[in-house]
Design a binder for this molecule. Structure first.
Ligand code: RIB
Ligand code: CA
Length: 327
């Protein structure tokens, strides 16, 4: 069973990913020990309230505001993280996720509240409380992970694996010509993550874009009579409208859910292992993920990152749809 600590910027595909994780918890296939939120699609506090909204929709309560604990009877702690990047201005993605991060469908306030602990402190505490067990799944900018590395230099030895949705290699960027949004939002933090001596799986646009869902998938979701399916259908309407011009057909790329599925079902992906760096100074290329694909002996002594370059798209789409419909 996977022990997952989720760091996200709960926007629409992060929300669908929370539904997927909830289905794994309900099936006894994963334990969600905490969630941290970060600036990105929306501000970190809105992301935390959105996370609580989604978890409550599927019967998972947030831990009490005062507590800094671990998931269990007390609920799942949702911790607010960094409000801005390490070395640039903050930037939100209202065009893709809505001003409220969930497609502006006007959801009520959640019953729960975020815990007092910061997301970075929660990463360090939970990694120390469960040494070698925690899969750190990150689907937003990497500021909290970078801050946690600065807080506790021993963190890499305590975490089982880091799975990141982000980057682009042999695929165009989505926020600049070459940079993917999660990395571009905080290049310095991302480079700290790729430089650290821990096992990182990176799920870039090269792997996520081919999994774009289509009419059949969206209609299969809309046809299902459940609160979770209705919620997912409603928030995806905004995201599909934003994505259709890019895809040139009705559809959307649910990037974060692929990272989550590869975290628990790595056999569904295909990978290459190479050191990864982030461009920090290029006027046109800041935030771009860079690897050395030459067939020369590796000159870069960083620990190689396991980069997903493809996946079993049909199985991913079928399992994600089944997961949401199971709730
Ligand atoms: O580039 C896609 C990523 O940026 C996804 O995580 C999406 O939620 C946004 O955060
Ligand atoms: Ca995200």
């Amino acid at each position: 069973m996977s022990t997952i600590l989720f760091d996200c910027d709960t926007g629409i595909d992060d929300a669908i990913t929370l539904l997927y994780l909830a289905s794994l918890v309900r099936a006894g296939e994963a334990e969600l020990i905490g969630v941290g939120t970060v600036h990105g699609n929306v501000d970190a506090r809105t992301g935390a309230l959105n996370t609580l909204r989604v978890l409550e929709l599927v019967g998972i309560k947030g831990a009490e505001a005062g507590e800094a604990g671990e998931a269990g009877e007390a609920g799942v702690p949702v911790a607010v993280g960094a409000s801005r990047p390490m070395a640039q201005d903050v930037h939100y993605a209202a065009d893709w996720h809505g001003a409220d991060g969930l497609g502006d469908i006007g959801l009520p306030e959640p019953a729960g509240r975020p815990v007092a602990e910061s997301a970075a402190a929660q990463i360090v505490r939970l990694a120390r409380s469960r040494p070698g067990e925690v899969t750190l799944l990150a689907t937003g900018p990497l500021t909290n992970l970078g801050a946690a590395l600065l807080l506790d230099p021993e963190l890499p030895a305590l975490v089982r694996e880091v799975v990141v949705m982000g980057g682009a290699f042999d695929h165009p960027g989505n926020i600049t010509t070459h940079a993917e949004a999660n990395i571009w939002h905080d290049p310095e933090a991302a480079d700290l993550v790729f430089a650290a001596d821990w096992p990182v799986v990176l799920v870039p646009l090269d792997a996520t874009h081919p999994t774009a869902v289509d009419d059949r998938w969206l209609d299969g979701l809309a046809a299902h009579d459940s609160d979770a399916a209705r919620f997912a259908t409603r928030i995806l309407e905004f995201y599909v409208t934003a994505y259709t011009p890019t895809l040139k057909r009705r559809g959307a790329v649910i990037h974060d859910a692929l990272a989550a599925m590869l975290a628990v079902r790595p056999e569904l992906g295909t990978y290459v292992e190479r050191p990864v760096r982030v461009e920090l100074r290029g006027e046109l290329t800041r935030g771009t993920t860079v690897w050395d694909a030459r067939s020369l002996p590796a000159e870069d002594h960083r620990r190689p990152v396991r980069v997903a370059v493809g996946s079993d798209v049909t199985t991913f789409q079928d399992r994600l749809l089944a997961a949401v419909r199971s709730l």
